[in-house]
Write a protein that binds this ligand. Structure first.
Ligand SMILES: [Zn+2]
Length: 165
């Protein structure tokens, strides 16, 4: 199975919007957020939060920790987009995610967001073809590093995606 259960919970139209960003890599998560009408701001966040998402007067804003490295910011944006798609009813109170992507919400909700974030940021067909292509030249940890660089994700996120971490 290449997509999460959460992928099936979002609407067909939402799936179509995301899939249109899966033509090229790295996945343009900032533009994807914008196409859902979400505003993205980079900011210094209190308590070393990775990111947060909040809806005020109908406008949904994601704030990303501007001290994080780019790959991490990209993951944060994907995770917050997943909250937007799966947990829209909770956004008025705001969701603040710690560096380990936990919040005041249940770990079930956070796992759902992580699963959909992986589908958004690391589509399995692209991951697999990059792994195959690069395995001709690279082996072991170096292979994961190269593929992670291609996708602009962290090596650890990629390894979790591949179930090897
Ligand atoms: Zn979260």
């Amino acid at each position: 199975m290449t997509k999460s259960l959460e992928w099936k919970k979002i609407t067909e139209e939402q799936r179509r919007v995301i899939s249109a960003f899966h033509i090229n890599y790295p996945i343009a998560v900032g533009k994807l957020a914008k196409s859902f009408g979400i505003v993205i701001k980079k900011a210094t966040l209190e308590g070393n939060l990775a990111g947060e998402i909040k809806e005020v007067a109908g406008i949904v804003t994601i704030r990303v920790n501007n001290h994080d490295v780019k790959a991490r910011q990209r993951y944060t944006i994907a995770h917050e987009i997943a909250h937007f798609l799966l947990h829209r009813h909770l956004l008025k109170d705001g969701i603040q995610d710690t560096p380990l992507y936990r919040s005041h919400l249940s770990s079930k909700i956070e796992r759902e967001a992580d699963a959909l974030a992986a589908d958004i940021l690391m589509p399995m067909d692209i991951v697999q073809s990059l792994m195959t292509e690069n395995s001709k030249e690279y082996k072991g940890e170096r292979l994961y590093e190269v593929v992670a660089e291609n996708l602009e994700v962290s090596k650890i996120a990629l390894k979790i995606r591949l179930g090897v971490e």
